[in-house]
Write a protein that binds this ligand. Structure first.
Ligand SMILES: Nc1ncnc2c1ncn2[C@@H]1O[C@H](COP(=O)(O)OP(=O)(O)OP(=O)(O)O)[C@@H](O)[C@H]1O
Ligand SMILES: [Mg+2]
Length: 211
C-alpha cells in the first residue's frame, strides 16, 4: 500500500460549541475512508499532559495565576507535540485534536490579556516548528455554549466558570485569528443543526486530506 501523508486537524472554538461531538464524526468519516487516525485533546493528550489538564481545569484552584496557567498549557503542549503528534504524522496518520495553540492565543491573550509576544514565544517553543494543517473553529455565542454544557449534565470546569464577557473575548479572539490567517483557519457557524455543522466540517476535512 502506498504511504499516506499525515495531517493534523484541530477542532477548536467556544465551550460547548460541539467540538467533541464533531471530532467523533470526523474520526468515523476518516476511518471509513481507510485512514489511520489519532484523536487527542488539549490540554492533555499524553499521560503527563493529562496530569497537567487536571490542574488547569479543576474548579478547586481559583488561585491559579494567569502566568502559571499559561506556562502549564505550554508545558502540556510541548509534551503533546513531541511524544504524540509528530510521531503520528510521520507515520502517515491523521491527528485530530480537540483544541491546540490557537486556544492559548484566544483565552490567554484575547480573554485574559497576557502579552501576545510572550504567548507567541511559548507557543513557538512548544511547537518547535510544527503547525497544524487546519484549525476548524466552531463559532457560537458563549451563552448558548454554556447552556449546551449545562444541558449535557456535567459540572462546569474552571474556564467554563469564567464570566460571559471573558468567553466572549475568547470567541472574538478566534474570529480575529481566522481573519488574520484564512489559510489555516475555517470558521463554522456552530448554531446550525448538527447535521449542517457536520457536513461543512467533513467537506473541509476532505479538501485538506485529499490534497
Ligand atoms: N449543532 C448543534 N446543535 C445543537 N446541539 C449541539 C450541536 N452540537 C453539539 N450539540 C450538543 O451540545 C452539547 C455540547 O457538545 P460537545 O460536548 O460536543 O461540545 P464541546 O465543544 O466539546 O464542549 P466543551 O467545550 O465542554 O468540551 C452536547 O450535548 C451536544 O450533543
Ligand atoms: Mg468537549
Amino acid at each position: 500500500m502506498a504511504f499516506k501523508k499525515g495531517y493534523m486537524i484541530v477542532c477548536d472554538g467556544s465551550n460547548g460549541a460541539g467540538k467533541t461531538t464533531i471530532i467523533k464524526a470526523i474520526a468515523a468519516h476518516l476511518l471509513s475512508r481507510g485512514r489511520e487516525i489519532v484523536v487527542t485533546r488539549e490540554p492533555g493528550g499524553t499521560p503527563v499532559g493529562e496530569k497537567i489538564r487536571e490542574v488547569l481545569l479543576s474548579p478547586d484552584t481559583p488561585e491559579l495565576c494567569a502566568t502559571t496557567e499559561l506556562l502549564l498549557f505550554a508545558a502540556a503542549r510541548a509534551q503533546h507535540v513531541r511524544e504524540k503528534i509528530v510521531p503520528a504524522i510521520e507515520a502517515g496518520k491523521i491527528v485530530i485534536s480537540d483544541r491546540f495553540d490557537a486556544a492559548t492565543v484566544s483565552f490567554q491573550y484575547y480573554a485574559r490579556g497576557l502579552p501576545l509576544a510572550l504567548i507567541n514565544q511559548l507557543n513557538a517553543i512548544a511547537l518547535d516548528g510544527f503547525r497544524p494543517d487546519i484549525n476548524i473553529i466552531l463559532d457560537l455565542d458563549p451563552a448558548v455554549g454554556i447552556e449546551r454544557v449545562n444541558a449535557r449534565g456535567e459540572a462546569l470546569d474552571r474556564m467554563e466558570k469564567e464570566k460571559l464577557e471573558f468567553l466572549q473575548r475568547a470567541r472574538n479572539g478566534y474570529l480575529e485569528q481566522a481573519r488574520n490567517d484564512p489559510q489555516h483557519f475555517m470558521i463554522i457557524d456552530a448554531s446550525q443543526t448538527l447535521e449542517k455543522v457536520t457536513s461543512s466540517v467533513i467537506e473541509i476535512v476532505d479538501k485538506i486530506t485529499d490534497s
